[in-house]
Design a protein around this ligand. Structure first.
Ligand code: NAD
Length: 483
């Protein structure tokens, strides 16, 4: 640790404009995944803390909904400035608790700030409309209003971007929120929330709680105060959240992971595509919902693709994210390490292991960048989301085969297509059963465009106009003027 760096500290709760120590009996440990050492203990919210947060978020909504859009924009813009100014400090905390290399942690703050920036600008563009009415003494008007206090549940893989996307949308629309960041990576998100607080969000507009996730969700979603829930995480938990929200008919946005296909046609330059895909596959140790996972490569270039891809994967430097030379850090928690070990063992039965496949020696949760080739279509890994540094490669002959393989999971989030042929591009766009398609690119999520999935990948959108819309409801006004 350099002398100007603060020791790691788990955050407290933030309720009604003040930081407070959680008063529950339960606590959890925050662990550095690069060393498996405990960084600190996180105190949880008691039922009383949660009830205070519910009162605060209602009061915060009462204030924030009346704040003019231009002022909301100013506060959000100032929050973005704070995030950018504190980038290095937040990045170090993120790397300590999540494991990703510092360069990726800094990039994450940049992207998170960019998401909030876009929402800040959109805050002033929430327009209603006037509809021509059938009568001379009647006006028809449509207005957009904030949906109300929101519960924002965000995960540990990309803690800043995924929380920022929710907080930015809610606050731009005029909603207040209770954020429950992941207990595994709490401090980076709390530091980002501080950026909003220091920018001048009134008390109660943004609140932060930690706890046993299921207990917190059950208590908060059951409250009449919460009008919308946004969750990013696993399918099983998404289903639970939808069930909890059903009795109160609360709005829900669910972003639940994917098993993204990559279709590479044989007209591409293999080395260029491999370079792009190795970076995208092993970024954040593969723990991204839109990470490329199933690589379908046309037969003409298949052997060369496998060889180059595996060679580039094997060259990645795996290590502590705090070391600037590291390309890929550890998995974020021991659950992912176990999951990767099991998945690799099961896949080996139905595929050829080209590189990796095992844990990297040491105390931390390191798993080698792994490439399997000739993976059978029915291998477990082709159905279960790896959510780790495992690439599954298989050849295809015809475009129709590629589509059938790509559409053969219950997920439908991101997808990637590499070809110069406009005809093939069009055929893929029309046939892939997914929320987004990147053509000759590895980016499917940007601040300006909607991001969401189909089938088990969830429903609703974040980012873009659709993301903001999900925090708004539409009010119709029929006004008749008395003679
Ligand atoms: P998990 O299902 O236990 O938890 C997933 C996330 O949901 C975690 O952040 C957790 O804190 C939270 N969570 C769990 N129960 C909750 C509840 N009742 N209410 C609110 N939040 C709750 O799994 P995990 O071991 O943390 O992650 C493994 C799987 O989760 C991965 O295989 C992946 O499919 C999925 N995941 C997806 C994303 C994504 O970006 N879509 C992010 C993280 C995890």
């Amino acid at each position: 640790m350099q002398c100007n760096e603060q020791p790691y500290q788990a955050p407290r709760l933030f309720i009604a404009g003040a930081w407070r120590t959680g008063s529950a009996e339960t606590r959890s440990q925050v662990i550095n995944p690069a060393t498996a050492e405990v960084l600190d203990e996180l105190r949880h919210a008691s039922v009383r803390d949660l009830d205070d947060a519910l009162i605060a978020v209602e009061q915060g909504f009462g204030v924030w909904r009346g704040v003019p859009a231009a002022e909301r924009q100013r506060v959000l813009t100032k929050s973005v400035e704070n995030m950018r100014a504190r980038r290095d400090e937040i990045a170090r905390v993120l790397t300590l608790e999540q494991g990703k290399p510092l360069v990726q942690a800094r990039a994450e703050i940049d992207v998170a700030a960019g998401m909030v920036q876009w929402y800040a600008e959109q805050a002033r563009r929430v327009y209603g409309r006037i509809i021509p009415s059938p009568s001379a003494d009647t006006d028809y008007e449509v207005r957009k209003e904030p949906v109300g206090p929101c519960l924002l549940l965000s995960p540990w893989n990309v803690p800043l971007i995924l929380a920022a996307r929710k907080i930015g949308g809610a606050l731009a629309a005029g909603c207040s929120c209770i954020v429950k960041p992941p207990e595994e990576t709490p401090a980076s998100v709390a530091k980002m929330v501080e950026c909003f607080v220091d920018a001048g969000t009134p008390p109660g507009v943004i609140n932060v709680v930690f706890g046993v996730p299921q207990t917190v969700s059950e208590h908060l979603i059951a409250s009449d105060s919460i009008r919308k829930v946004s969750f990013t995480g696993s399918v099983a938990v998404g289903q639970q959240i939808a069930r909890l929200a059903a009795p109160g008919l609360k709005r829900v946005t669910l972003e639940l992971g994917g098993h993204s296909p990559v279709i590479v046609f044989d007209d591409v330059d293999v080395d260029t595509v491999v370079r792009q895909l190795v970076t995208a596959k092993f970024r954040n140790a593969g723990q991204l919902c839109h990470a490329p996972t199933r690589f379908f490569v046309q037969r003409g270039i298949y052997p060369r693709f496998v060889e180059r891809f595996a060679a580039a994967a094997a060259q990645l430097r795996v290590g502590d994210g705090l070391d600037e030379r590291t390309d890929m850090g550890p998995l974020a928690n021991v659950r992912r390490l176990r999951a990767m070990t099991e998945l690799a063992d099961a896949t080996a039965l139905d595929a050829t292991l080209v590189t990796g496949g095992t844990r990297v020696a040491g105390q931390g949760y390191f798993f080698a960048p792994t490439v399997f080739a000739d993976v059978g279509p029915d291998a477990r890994a082709m159905k279960d989301e790896p959510f780790g540094p495992v690439a599954l490669v298989r050849s295809f002959d015809t475009p129709a085969q590629a589509v059938a393989l790509a559409n053969s999971t219950r997920y439908g989030l991101g997808s990637y297509v590499f070809t110069d042929s406009a005809k093939l591009q069009r055929q893929m766009i029309n046939s892939l059963d997914v929320g987004s398609v990147a053509i000759n690119s590895t980016t499917v999520t940007v601040a300006e465009a909607p991001f969401g999935g189909v089938r088990d990948s969830g429903y609703g959108y974040e980012s873009g106009e659709e993301g903001l819309e999900s925090y708004l409801h539409t009010k119709f006004i029929h006004r008749t003027y008395l003679a």
